[in-house]
Ligand binder design. Sequence first.
Ligand code: FAD
Length: 515
Amino acid sequence: CNCNKNDFCSSLPAETPTASPNSNLSILSSLQALKLDGQIFFDNIDYASKDFGDRYHFLPAAVLHPKTVQDISSIIKHIYSLGTTSALTVAARGHGHSLEGQSQAHNGLVINMESFREQDMHFHTGELPYVDVSGGELWINILQEGLKHGLAPKSWTDYLHLTVGGTLSNAGISGQAFRHGPQIDNVYQLEVVTGTGEIVTCTSKQNADLYYGVLGGLGQFGIITRARISLEPAPARVKWIRMLYKDFSMFCRDQEHLISSRNSFDYVEGFVIINRTGLLNNWRSSFNPRDPLEASEFHSEGKTLYCLEIAKYFNPQENDIIEQIIDSLLLELSYIQSTLFLSEVSYLEFLDRVHAEEKKLRQMGLWEVPHPWLNLLIPKSKIHDFSQEVFGKILVDTSNGPVLIYPVNKSRWNNENSLVTPEENIFYLVAFLSSAVASSTGTDGLDHILMQNNRILEFCDSNCLGVKQYLPSYSTREEWKAHFGPRWETFRRRKTTYDPLAILAPGQRIFRKAV
Ligand code: FAD
C-alpha cells in the first residue's frame, strides 16, 4: 500500500483497532503525573464506548473529566510531545449521540466534554445578542437559560440533548435552517484546542482558517472549548401545523415555495409516512383537526403519504394577526384539506418535542437500541428520481422509524466551513431515522435495515445523483476524498496544520495517527 501514513489506508477495514494497549500504558501513567484541575479515570469508563447508534463499541484506556481549558491543552500537548512513539489518540465526547463510534477512541483518551463547565453561560443583550457557552453545554440548557433573558439561538437541531461541540462539528440542521442556515452559520467566535495543544480564539476575521475548518470539521482540527452563539428574541408561543399530501410533486412544490417566500413560516420540515393505519387518530393526542368530521373520514391505509410540518412563532398579543397570516399562507398550499391539523404550544415545548418522544420510547425500552440512521443531502433536481426509487421501490412496506424530508436554500448558508453539501442552491435533507430490533432477522432487524440503506446509497451512486452524506461515515480514503471532492485538499491541509499527528477524533476514521 502506498497511501500517505496519515490517511486511513483503504486496505484496512474501518474497525481495525490501531493502538496497542500495552504501548499506551506507560504513557497513560505519565498523563497521571500531569498537574490537572480535573481528573483522569481508568475504571468505570464503559459508557465512553457506547453511543446512540449502538453499533460500534471501542473501549478507551482512560477518560478525562476536564475542569479547565488548560487541562485539555496540557493533555494534548503532552501526547503531541511524544510524537510518533505513542499510538494514543484523543476523542472529545459530547453527549455521545453519534451513530458509528465517532466520539470513541479505541484504547485512547476520551475527553468528557459534558463535565467541562469552566464558567457559567454569559448572555449579552443589545443589537446583536449572543451567549458564550462551553463546548460541552447541552442545547436544551442554553434554551432554558436563554428564555430567562427572553433570548434564544436562531437555528436548532430537532433534538436538544446534544452538545454545542458535537453539533458544531457536524452542522446542526433543522426546520429553521432554510432561513438562518445551520447552527455552524450562527456562531460568532470559537475557542479551540488544536491537535498540538494550542489554545486559539478564532472568528471569521481572526484565525479564520481554523474557525471555518472546525465548523462542520468532524472534530478533526481541534476541540471546541467555548462558542459564542448568535441569539434572537425568543417568542413565547408556537402555532404548530401538520397536513398531508398524496402527491410528492405537490408536496415538494409547496415546501420549496415556503422556503423561498419572505414572510413565510419560521420552521419548515416534512416527513414520509409509509403504510400506516390510524395515523390521524394518533395525531389527535397533540393536534386538533381543523375540520373534525372530514378528518375522521380520511383513511390513510396502505398508502405512502407526505406530511408537511410547519410552525409560526408568535407572542400572545399577536394571536389574531398571526392567525390571519397563517390562513393566507395556507391558501397558497395544495394539501389534502381534510388533513389539516393544528396545535399551539410554548416555544420550549416545540423545540424540545423529540425529548417527549424519547421519554415514551425509554419507557417502552425502545430508546437504547441500534440506530442504523442514514442522512442524505439531495440536490433539488434529483429529488423526484430519488423518491420514485426509494419510496416507490425500496421502502414500500415500512420505514422502521421516521423518514424526514425537507428542502433548504443554500444561498443562506456559508460555504467557507468544512460542511460538504450538494452543488445546487436548493437541496433536501432526507433522514432515515431507523431503530432496529437487535435480535430480529426480519424486516425490523439490523441487517435488513443496513441492506436497505446500502440499496439507497448504491442507487444514488450508480445514478450519479450528486448526493452528499450528512453525519458522513466511510471506511476508505477514496470514499472520503470523493465525499469532500474539490475540498479534500483544504480539509487535508488543515489536518496537517492543526493536528499534524492525527491525534483527534479517530472515531471518524478519516486519518490515522502515524506511529
Ligand atoms: P458526540 O457524539 O459526542 O460527538 C460527535 C463528534 O464530534 C465526535 O467526532 C466527537 O469527537 C466530536 N466532538 C464532540 N464534542 C466536541 C467538541 N467540543 N469539539 C470538537 N469535537 C467534538 N443533527 C442535526 O443536524 N439535526 C437534527 O435534527 C438532529 N437530530 C438528532 C436527534 C437525535 C435523537 C440524535 C441522536 C442525533 C441527532 N442529530 C441531529 C445528530 C447530532 O447532531 C450529532 O450526532 C451530534 O454529533 C451529536 O452531538 P453529541 O454532543 O452527542 O456529539
